[in-house]
Design a protein around this ligand. Structure first.
Ligand SMILES: *[C@@H]1O[C@H](CO)[C@@H](O)[C@H](O)[C@H]1NC(C)=O
Length: 333
């Protein structure tokens, strides 16, 4: 297979029938996006040895994800002189001198490998644990400039760049605390900055929990341009485990009628394994039929999101990972 990596266009021909080529295309309806960096499987399986696979390992071995969402940038320090902070469990342990900001050359190498295979890498802001919020729109706008210079094509030579010269593909909002203040200004400023770079398309995703409307995210979602919605169908009454309460249709209706970007793609967010969330996990056969019926019914369906990569890669059915089974099914139909 090695020789096939050189050009994506020939890989389909030289790969075996069982080997799909995975790459991100925002317009497709078969994307698999997986959160990476919190090693959920390792945490929920204490006897499991080692941290989750590095991005380098995953992408070298043609991991089935089309997009990886790095989790998390969980402390903003907005409105202060301090840089924001990130946490990637054991995947990055070094910081810029005099700061708490991670400096991650290993992750940077992994991102480059993944991007060379057509995968998109987004950075997720927020998470269930963290300290993040803006006091006002001005802080939101300033933070967009900060991140543009730290992770994207910004040219501020004084900016600390955790991934060196790597240019990420976008930002994900997983706002589960703090407040909704400042995020609409943040997103619109970031989009203005993204538009300055004519060589590259950037994406903004958001990951509300399934109960509609989402407490922290809805005021943001109602006014900000969002490319992809990764809805968390777990940990709630509307999780995938109860088909009668599955409310994809409610979100679809909101997107078509109220969203700024009425063509956004909506993903089924699922736990990647039985312990990926407190509730919501379903076996592959059940997930497959949910995907099938949702995709048939809703044109905005864009694919599946898993929390997280480690769960979806380590959860096996019949010798294949849950991630691989899902990606194959998404691609083949
Ligand atoms: C970071 O530290 C942890 C715990 O000591 C270790 O397991 C891990 O391999 C280290 N990660 C890197 C990238 O060096």
């Amino acid at each position: 297979m090695k020789s096939c990596y050189t050009a994506l266009s020939v890989a389909l021909v030289c790969g075996s029938a069982l080997t799909n080529v995975f790459g991100f295309d925002v317009n497709s309806r078969s994307n698999l996006a997986t959160y990476w960096g919190q090693n959920s499987y390792g945490v929920t399986h204490p006897n499991h040895s080692g941290p989750e696979q590095s991005l380098e390992e995953l992408c070298r071995n043609n991991a089935p994800s089309d997009a990886f969402v790095l989790a998390f940038l969980h402390i903003f320090n907005a409105g202060t002189d301090k840089p924001p902070q990130m946490d990637f469990a054991g995947q990055c342990n070094t910081t810029f001198e005099g700061t708490q900001l991670l400096k991650c050359p290993g992750i940077a190498r992994g991102i480059k490998t993944c991007q060379s295979k057509g995968k998109a890498i987004l950075l997720s802001l927020g998470g269930a644990v963290g300290q993040y919020s803006f006091n006002n729109d001005k802080e939101g706008r300033a933070f967009a400039h900060t991140l543009w210079n730290m992770f994207f094509a910004g040219k501020d030579s004084k900016a600390l760049r955790p991934f060196g010269d790597v240019v990420l593909d976008g930002i994900d909002l997983d706002i589960e605390g703090g407040s909704s203040v400042g995020y609409v200004a943040f997103v619109s400023t970031l989009r203005e900055l993204f538009a300055q770079d004519k060589r590259k398309r950037y994406y903004i995703s958001a990951a509300p929990q399934c109960p509609f409307p989402d407490h922290y995210m809805q005021p943001i979602l109602n006014e900000a341009w969002i490319d992809m919605l990764f809805i968390q169908f777990y940990n709630n009454y509307c999780g995938l485990n109860d088909p009668s309460k599955f409310n994809f249709g409610q979100w679809d209706k909101w997107a078509k009628e109220k969203a700024v970007n009425k063509d956004m793609k909506i993903f089924i967010g699922a736990p990647g394994g039985p312990k990926g969330a407190n509730s919501g996990f379903v076996e592959f056969s059940a997930l497959r039929s949910i995907i099938e019926s949702t995709r048939a019914k809703y044109p905005l369906f864009g694919g599946v999101m898993f929390w997280d990569t480690s769960q979806a890669m380590n959860t096996k059915e019949g010798g294949s990972s849950y991630a691989q089974l899902t990606a194959n099914f998404l691609k083949q139909a």
